[in-house]
Structures are given as C-alpha cells and as structure tokens.
Design a binder for this molecule. Structure first.
Ligand code: NDP
Ligand code: OXD
Length: 314
C-alpha cells in the first residue's frame, strides 16, 4: 500500500484528492485527519498543515509542498526527515512574471495617480519616462525571478538581479551576497522581491534597506513590489518609508499576517496596491500532474527534482 496523505489548510482537500485519484485510480488518497493506518502513507502533500499532521508517518518516503515556498513546512517541528520537494512549474512561473510585469508597469506608468485622477475627474498628464530610463532590481533570481527578469528586459527596462550565489544571465546585471547588496540597491528604482523566507532573509525589507535604494531615479522615488513572503518585510518600516518619501509607492501581494487584517493601514493606503497572495495562483491540475510525475520517477528509481536544501531553507 502506498497511500497519499493530503494535509492542507486554506485549500480544497477534496478537490485535490479527486485530482490525484483521476491521475492514478489505484493509489489511495487520504485526507488528514482521516489518515487510517499511518504505516500506509508513502507520500504526503502539504500546505500550511495543522500542527502535528505530519507526525508519526514512519513509512513516509517523500513530502511534497503544494507551493513553491516551503517556509511554513521547514518551520514545522514535526517535519519528517524525508526529501521535501517544492513546486516548480511553467504555469506558475509564467503567472508570476505576469504579476511582476503588470505591477512594474502600473508604477512605471503612474497608474496610482491616474486612478486617483479619474476618481476626482481630473484631466492631468503626468510625466511618462521611458522604460529604458528605469532600473528594475529583482531580489531572488531563481525559477521565478529569472523569468520575470527576462520579460522585463524584453520591455526595455534596465534589469538587475541579486542572489545568494553568483549567477550570470544574458542582458541582466547580476549581484550576489552581502557584498553585492549595496551596489544592487543603489542602482534600483523599482525593487521586485522574489526571495524565499529563510532565517537569512526574514525581515530583510526594512528601513535601512529602503534607504539604500536609488533616490535619483526618473520615477521620483523608489518603488517596492513584494511577491515573495510577508515575513520578508517589516510592515511598520514600509509605512514610515512611504510617509517620508523613502519609498514612493508599493505593491504587496504577501503580508506578515494573511489574510490581511481588516484594520491594516495597507488596505486604504493611497500609495499601495494590495493583492491577496495571488501573484502566481496556478492551475491545480498542472501542479497535481507535476507531483504525480515525481512519484512515478521516484518509484522508477529516476530520482526527485526540486528537492529543498534543508541547510539553506529553500
Ligand atoms: P528559487 O529557490 O528558485 O529562487 C530563490 C532565489 O532567491 C535564488 O536566486 C536564491 O539565490 C535567492 N536567495 C535565497 N536566499 C538568499 C539570500 N539569503 N540572499 C540572496 N539571495 C537569496 O525560488 P522560486 O523562484 O521558485 O520562488 C521564490 C519565492 O517566491 C518562494 O520561496 C515563495 O516564497 C515565493 N512565491 C510566492 C508566490 C505568490 O503567489 N506570492 C507564489 C510562488 C512563490 P541562489 O540563486 O544563489 O540560490
Ligand atoms: C507560494 C505558492 O509558495 O503559491 O506562495 O506556491
């Protein structure tokens, strides 16, 4: 018996079970907490599982994250000591690039001002700088960041990326590690954040980082776009940086507390675009197929791909 356990919150477990059953009707799918005999569970698929849901699975072979980010799983004290595989999927990558390009363009083309003007019936023509005069910097040039970088470059922006280890990408200026951070920020007008949340990146988006962004850009002040994780950002620092002009505007898809509390000042902030952690909302069918194919490859001895490095946390 090689049953699959689904342990998720905030997602429709029954729909996920149907997807896996359709892909392989011979494999039993169980939904936590109805796990039956734990010894049957060979695979678990998890997204923000309830505390203890992954405990006591003595025959577990592989744990699949139902998202690209694994911070919620890595932080689980009961995380089983088996390979942890994360989602890497072309559909997800393309959707994230859409979100990034959309939001870079919204700020670049001054659409927050245009929306406010429309509501106030004001016919104003704000300065529209060329894309080639705007410097976009992407923190995190992995699966998602690289695709977004290439697409922004195609639109004419000056694009740079920052990563932990040195990377080389045609047409993209690259910076790495602590030493590379200051020069990367100093040439950045629009900061796009696609970092994983790890001990090294928690709280990295703070006042001192914002103060290092270019203040001489054609947009009149730096812009922050965070589609990585809420835990990367100090939200009080974002608000004060928006108030005193250290940041001109922001797009936030992720927050320290999700759903964003009703009384959060971000909801009504005139310089902020809020979205509900949907930047790369992907086709669940494609993600189920990806996990199913990984199981087949694993059982055929071909190994797993996109296994998380427990030491770095991503
Ligand atoms: P990858 O692991 O492919 O890329 C991560 C990038 O971040 C790499 O370039 C890596 O550097 C860099 N990085 C990691 N730690 C550091 C550090 N300490 N200093 C500098 N750079 C660092 O991840 P993905 O691109 O697939 O996903 C990125 C994140 O996006 C996910 O972890 C998740 O949190 C978020 N996400 C958000 C979604 C949403 O809907 N809002 C949807 C999907 C993902 P290096 O290249 O050297 O390894
Ligand atoms: C995520 C995802 O990691 O949606 O946020 O995959």
């Amino acid at each position: 018996m090689t049953a699959i356990l689904l342990a998720m919150t905030g997602m429709d477990s029954a729909a996920w079970a149907e997807r896996f059953r359709a892909l392989d009707p011979t494999r039993e799918v169980r939904i936590w907490p109805d796990i039956g005999n734990p010894a049957d569970i060979a695979y678990a698929c998890a997204w923000k599982p309830k505390a203890g849901a992954l405990k006591g699975l003595d025959n577990l072979k592989v744990l699949f994250s139902l998202g690209a980010g694994v911070d919620a799983l890595i932080g689980d004290p009961d995380l089983p000591n088996v390979p942890l595989v994360r989602i890497v999927d072309p559909d997800m990558t393309a959707r994230m690039a859409e979100f990034v390009v959309l939001n870079v363009l919204l700020h670049h083309r001054r659409m927050l001002r245009a929306f406010a003007d429309q509501r106030a019936h004001r016919w104003l023509q704000h300065d529209q700088p060329a894309a080639s005069s705007v410097r976009v910097g992407i923190m995190g040039i992995g699966q998602l960041g690289q695709d977004s970088a290439v697409k922004l470059r195609m639109m004419g922006f000056q694009v740079a990326g920052w990563s932990r280890s040195p990377r080389s990408l045609p047409g993209i200026e690259t910076f790495a590690g602590e030493d590379g951070l200051a020069p990367f920020l100093a040439r950045t007008d629009i900061l796009v954040v696609l970092l994983p949340l790890t001990p090294a990146t928690r709280g990295i988006l703070n006042r001192s980082l914002f103060a290092g962004l270019a203040q001489d850009g054609v947009l009149g002040g730096p812009v922050l776009i965070n589609a990585g994780r809420g835990g990367l950002q100090n939200e009080a620092d974002i608000l004060s940086a928006l108030d005193d002009g250290t940041l001109a505007s922001a797009s936030l898809d992720v927050f320290v507390t999700e759903p964003l509390p009703q009384d959060s000042p971000f909801w009504d902030h005139e310089k902020v675009i809020v979205t509900s952690h949907v930047a790369a909302d992907s086709d669940p069918q494609a993600l189920a197929r990806y996990i199913h194919e990984q199981m087949i490859a694993f059982e055929a001895g071909r190994g797993l791909t996109n296994v998380v490095d427990r030491a770095t946390g991503y």
